[in-house]
Structures are given as C-alpha cells and as structure tokens.
Design a protein around this ligand. Structure first.
Ligand code: HEM
Ligand SMILES: *[C@@H]1O[C@H](CO)[C@@H](O)[C@H](O)[C@H]1NC(C)=O
Length: 493
C-alpha cells in the first residue's frame, strides 16, 4: 500500500472510531438522566456560575427536570433537585444512594478511614458504633446533655467577660462546639485559655480556610487537573498530622487506665469495642481508624455548629420582635433560676421554631455532601451506573416555596401552626436525609437548642447601631453559606 492509501485507511479508521464512540456515548446518555452537552475534559464547568451555583442548578432544573446529568470536568454527576426526587433516592432507594462521592482532598487526607469519607463495610461498622455511642447515655454516667449544659454555662461566663461592650462573637462561638467534641471524645472539656485547646482551634480554623478556598474547589471539581500547590498542601497535611498526633496522645493516655466495664467517653468505648472484636478478622476497629474518626468529628462538628450559632444570633439581633418572644417564653417556662434542659423543648414551641427556621433560612450546606450509588440502578426511566457521583441538593428543599411561603424571609411562623404550636415539616433537612445523613444531628440539635436558650436566658442581644443596617446576606465561602461578620453587645438580663 502506498503512503496515500495508508493515510486514507488511518483517517477512515479514526472517523469510524469517532462515530462509534459518539454512538456509544449517545447510547449511554439515552439511559442516563438528561443534561447539557459536555465539552471534552472540562465538561459543563463553563455552564456553572461558581459565584452563584444555586442559580445555575436551578436554571438547569427548569430545563431538564428534577434529575439531570452534568460533567464536572470528566467526572459524571447526577443532580437531585427538589423534595420528591430526594425522598425517592435517599429514602426509597436508601441502600443504593448511601455511598460517599469522592472528594479528592478528603480522600488524600483521610485515606478512606473515619466516617464521613469512608466506604462500604468500614463505614457501616464505624457509623453504627458511633451512632450508638453518641446516644444520650451511650458513654457511661455522664450524659451528652450534661456535657452540653456544662459547656453552655461556661460559654455564658465567657460572654459575661465582654461586659456589654461591642464584641465579634466568632471566636467564642467557635470554642463551645469544639469543646463539646473534646468532652465527648476525651472525657473532659478544656479551659478556653488552655494552650492545647487554643492550638486545636487554630488547626481547625486554618484547615477550614484552606479547604474552602477557591484552590480547594478547583482541586476537588477538576480531578483531571489536580493542581498541586505546595503551600496549601503543606498547611493541611501538616495540620491534619498535628491533629492526628494530638488525638493519638489522648488515646495512649486512655489505654493506660482503660476500664472496659466503665467507659467514660468515646475513646473508652472504642477501645473496649476494639478488645471485644480482636478475634474477628472482619473488624475495622483499629487505632488508625479511631484517630481518623476523631479528626472527622472535629471537622464535621465544630464549624457547622458554630457558624449556625453565629448566624442565628445575627438573625435574632436583626428582628427584635423575635427576641422579645423568645425572652417571654424562656421567662414563662424556665425562669432565671435553673439551667435549661432538652426536656424544656416540648414546652417551648417558639424557641423550637426559631432554631428550625435559623437552620432552614441559612441553608448552611446548600449542596449537601456528594453521594454515590453502590451499584447500577434503574431510577425512574433512567439507569445510573455504579459509582456515579450524586449531588442531593439541600437548597431547593429548604427553600421550597410551596412548603414555606416566602422562603427567602426569616420567619419562625414557617414552623408554627395558627395556635402557636410547633409544626413539623418533612422538608426540614439541613442535615440531609437517609442512611448517610449527618451522624451528629441529635447532638447538633441539642447543642443549638441549649446554647441559644442559655444565651438568651442570660442576655439581651443589642446591635451596634440600627438593626435595619445589619446585613443578613451570607458570606459564600467555598460552597457553604457562612454568617457575615458583625458585632453585638451581650447585656446581662
Ligand atoms: C448545625 C450543625 C450541622 C449541620 C447543618 C450538619 C450537616 C451535615 C450534612 C448536610 C452532612 C452530609 C449528609 C449526607 O451526606 O447526606 C453531614 C455529615 C456528617 N456530619 Fe454533620 N452537621 C452538623 C453538625 C454535626 C456535628 C455536631 C457532628 C459531630 C458529631 C457531625 C458529624 C457528621 C459526620 C460524621 C458526617 C458524615 C456522615 C457519614 O458520612 O456517614 N455533624 N452533616
Ligand atoms: C436559588 O435560585 C432560585 C432561582 O433563581 C431562587 O428562586 C431561589 O430562591 C434560590 N435559592 C436560594 C437558597 O438562594
């Protein structure tokens, strides 16, 4: 064959190959949920406005319906938009939609251990154990509630030290939820001035900053182009190492004095479990996994809760009539002479509604965390292949305008009936829903109720300047909605 012949054959082969691959793609596409056409390598990235990702997702839902397919770079993602489709996937097909989608940076850091970013059997064992242990009386004599109540009193003492002067509450509100995790993991809380505690707070804050930077978004969403920035990488690796070492030191202290019949905290419970399971070859309970689980609990349980507290106080500050009603209810139900307890919640529908409305309105994690399907599944008229990443969006549910008229208004009436009784809603899912939902939901809801109630039992919140000038627009950091910075005065009541 001459040169021309060879070239023609090669060209022909290429064209055939192209047609074939397009056809296969089209064929696969036919079974996948619909969606915009992706470009090679970068996928649909250009169609997404990362500054207002909600608007982009919402526009696509208008065009393609409540379930559609996108490509983040080369990674295929199926988006779930709205209550019905979320329920169908995460509840009705809960055993399939429960895998965690890959987040490259967490996969690098946690290596598939711990709870939040682990998979399969390891996840199942650690999740079940942790849920049991975090139940109110899962850890020996001192209940979780007592630990949170203790922290709430310390928080109030700390706020008293501001002497009614204008204060940025960010740091103090960060300490309390972090210390609750310390108390659960390590038995005792730290003093807010403790060097070890301040170091821990610093590590967490720094990691949060880096993990929410545009660099991390880029790293996570374009896995094909993993951008290695030595500076950023070093910070989070170093910090995570320090954090793991810190937890490991506590674990070693616990091992020396362990009494398996009398566990006092999470680490004791875990070490006892490890002993029980030592002859079981399937057991995933080892020291490395304990350390990563601890790191996970700090990572998932500190910033989330403190940001909700900070945003909540801002909203109460913005709406004096809400604060007045809260004060009235606290004075009527609890008074000034005893410490609030979780039992009070059933007699405090207004406070309960405020806490729910804060979480609904602020929409802390609009995109949820990514899930994945653990096998091929027929879903509505589509087929979603095993391993496909799923984005079960929370915003469209929390801001559903049929369930919550005027969803963009902060209004505790959203959770009250006409008689002022608390009104439950299935659309309240700031912790997501189904088998992979937030492990700390019970703890977080207890903290939010007890912290807000204890703070307002003890203080009147006073804005610096006119409350009408306070902005309640979120700071979008990465893909989280974080409270804007502000100052306020805590006036003792
Ligand atoms: C206001 C506070 C909080 C909010 C809004 C929140 C929200 C969430 C959300 C949306 C998820 C992802 C669920 C999913 O993938 O379907 C999650 C996961 C998780 N959260 Fe929370 N969370 C909060 C507090 C906490 C606390 C206090 C803890 C500590 C115990 C915690 C521990 C976890 C863990 C371990 C996971 C991973 C669960 C798994 O993959 O199985 N969270 N959280
Ligand atoms: C998301 O965008 C849609 C359409 O622009 C809007 O109606 C909705 O209120 C937005 N939701 C949030 C949580 O901002």
């Amino acid at each position: 064959m001459d040169l021309w012949g060879l070239t023609t054959t090669a060209l022909l082969a290429c064209v055939l190959f192209l047609i074939l691959s397009l056809w296969i793609q089209g064929f696969k596409r036919g079974k996948l949920p619909p969606g915009p056409t992706p470009l090679p390598l970068i996928g649909n990235i250009l169609q997404l406005d990362t500054k207002n990702i909600n608007a982009s997702f919402s526009k696509l839902a208008e065009k393609y319906g409540p379930v559609y397919t996108l490509y983040m770079g080369t990674q295929r993602v199926v988006v779930l938009y709205g209550y019905n489709i979320m329920k169908e996937a995460l509840i009705d097909h809960g055993d399939v939609f429960l895998e965690r989608g890959d987040i490259p940076i967490f996969d690098d850091l946690l290596k598939g251990e711990g709870i939040g970013f682990s998979h399969g059997e390891r996840w199942k064992q650690i999740r079940r154990f942790s849920l049991m242990t975090l139940r109110n009386f899962g850890m020996g004599k001192r209940s979780i509630e007592e630990r949170v109540q203790e922290e709430a009193q310390c928080l109030v003492e700390e706020l008293r030290k501001t002497k009614g002067q204008p204060t940025d509450p960010t740091f103090i509100l960060g300490c309390a939820p972090c210390n609750v995790i310390c108390s659960i993991l390590f038995r005792d809380r730290f003093k807010y001035s403790d060097e070890k505690f301040l170091n821990l707070m610093k590590l967490l804050n720094e990691n949060f900053q880096v993990l929410n930077s545009p660099w991390a978004q880029f790293y996570n969403f374009l896995p094909g182009f993993r951008v290695y920035l030595p500076g950023k990488h070093n910070i989070i690796y170093r910090n995570t190492d320090k954090m793991n070492n810190f937890i490991m030191e506590r674990v070693k202290e616990h091992q020396k004095v362990l009494d398996p019949n009398n566990p006092q905290d999470f680490i004791d419970c875990y070490l006892s479990k490890m002993q029980q399971e030592k002859d079981n070859p399937q057991s995933k309970f080892d020291l490395q996994n304990l350390v990563m689980t601890g790191t996970d609990l700090f990572g998932a349980g500190t910033e989330t809760t403190s940001s909700t507290l900070k945003y909540g106080l801002l909203l109460i500050l913005k709406y004096p009539e809400v604060q007045a009603k809260i004060h009235e209810e606290i004075d009527r139900v609890i008074g000034q002479n005893r410490v609030p307890s979780i039992k009070d919640r059933q007699d405090m529908p207004y406070m309960d509604a405020v806490v729910h409305e804060v979480q609904r309105f602020i929409d802390l994690k609009p995109l949820n965390l990514p899930h994945a399907v653990n096998r091929d599944i027929q879903f509505r008229q589509y087929v979603i292949p095993k391993g496909t990443t799923i984005f079960p969006l929370l915003s469209p549910v929390l801001w559903d305008s049929k369930e919550f008229p005027n969803p963009d208004q902060f209004d505790p009436q959203h959770f009250l009936d006409k008689d002022g009784k608390f009104k439950k809603s299935d659309y309240f899912m700031p912790f997501s829903t189904g088998k992979r939902s937030c492990l700390g939901e019970g703890l977080a809801r207890m903290e939010l109720f007890l912290f807000f109630t204890t703070i307002l039992q003890n203080f009147t919140l006073k804005p610096v300047g006119d409350p009408n000038d306070l902005s309640i627009k979120p700071n979008r950091v990465g893909f989280a909605n974080i409270a804007p910075n502000y100052q306020l005065c805590f006036l003792p009541r």
